[in-house]
Design a protein around this ligand. Structure first.
Ligand code: DAH
Length: 340
């Protein structure tokens, strides 16, 4: 009698599992047959009416049925899982015959190529490469460089002020001050970076461009060290026959100050379109670091001297690659960039 009931329950459960299409349905079946209110539990509850001596045997039969249903549920679960996996894989199938998207490879920017060249030259002479902040205080950009309030040099470097004392740096020279405050001499560094000026865009101007600052501080550094270093730099950058010329100039943070010209690498100094017939091309500003600047940065000018220089990176890239309009450098047209 009970055996018949159990057989019926088992058959019913198995038939339902057979039809089940997903895990949710299998779970419903588990609850319906093995759960607290399920069919098998009902049978166990009916044991009250069974003679005590028959109970163990019937208990065994119920447990056997339970074990069998559980086993079949496990099997059905595996079948459904593998069926679902197969369906998913089929849905996610990739059509490898579709043409792939072309990967477009970029190209190094002339500024980057020129900067890497300059860094290679100076690191080869033992210089470290440092960076400073593009958003700078009036102190580092002007004051500590011996450019006090109301100095005319401030007018020439009109820029973008964030507050009265915070601005976009107009020159990389402020990095000199950061480095002198943080390191003890000897110092040999270059500091490349972006600078900003309120300039109109034209073939030779941009409101944002790049400079490379240089600073050397040690005992007994003289103008001869400056000349030798920068002449070697020019020869490595523009060719071994390059000659240099220093013209007196004025910068507030150096004394004496100079601008350095190089012989035109196109005509060798005879005069051509590149050098506008001059034979010489101006490439940087330089000088011996002003004692006021050393003192403000905590370096004793009686003990140490040094030289500094500032190069326009775009200027070097334009010269080296004979590009005649600076605006081309900022368009990032890959057809232009691919040429270098
Ligand atoms: N900061 C100067 C400028 O922007 C360039 C310069 C000149 C830097 C002479 C120097 C220097 O370090 O010694 O025009």
């Amino acid at each position: 009698m009970i055996k018949d009931t159990l057989d019926k329950i088992r058959q019913e459960a198995l038939a339902k599992m057979e039809e089940a299409g997903d895990m949710d349905r299998l779970n419903e079946i588990r609850v319906a047959y093995l759960g607290k209110k399920g069919e098998l539990t009902k049978v166990l509850k009916g044991m009250r009416d069974v003679a005590p001596e028959d109970r163990p045997k019937i208990g065994q039969m119920v447990n056997g049925t339970r074990a069998e249903i559980e086993q079949k549920l496990e099997d059905a679960k595996k079948t459904i899982a593998s069926r679902e996996r197969e369906r998913r894989m089929r849905a996610e199938k990739i059509d490898v015959t579709l043409p792939a998207k072309r990967i477009r490879v970029g190209h190094s920017h002339p500024n980057t190529i020129a900067l890497e060249e300059v860094e290679r030259i100076f690191t080869g002479m033992g210089y470290q490469v440092v960076e400073g902040p593009e958003v700078e205080t009036d102190y580092y950009n002007f004051e500590a460089l011996n450019i006090p309030a109301n100095h005319p040099a401030k007018d020439e470097q009109d820029t973008f002020y964030i507050t009265k004392d915070i601005l976009l740096r107009t020159q990389t020279s402020g990095v000199q001050v950061h480095v002198m405050e943080q390191q003890k001499p000897p110092i040999r560094m270059i500091a490349p970076g972006r600078v900003f000026r309120a300039d109109e865009v034209d073939a030779t101007h941009s409101p944002s461009f790049h400079q490379i600052e240089g600073l050397v501080i040690d005992k007994d550094i003289t103008f001869a060290d400056l000349k030798g270093t920068l002449a070697e730099f020019a020869r490595q950058l523009f060719g071994p026959d390059t000659k240099v010329k220093f013209r007196p100039h004025h910068f507030p943070f150096t004394e004496p100050s100079a601008e350095m010209d190089v012989t035109c690498f196109k005509c060798g100094g005879k005069g051509c379109r590149m050098c506008k017939g001059e034979g010489w091309i101006e490439i940087l500003g330089c000088g011996m670091v002003h004692p006021n600047v050393l003192r403000m940065s905590g370096i004793d000018p009686e003990e140490y001297t040094g030289f500094a220089f500032g190069v326009g990176l775009e200027r070097i890239a334009l010269l080296k690659y004979e590009i005649d309009d600076m605006r081309l450098l900022y368009e990032n047209d890959i057809r232009f960039l691919n040429q270098f």
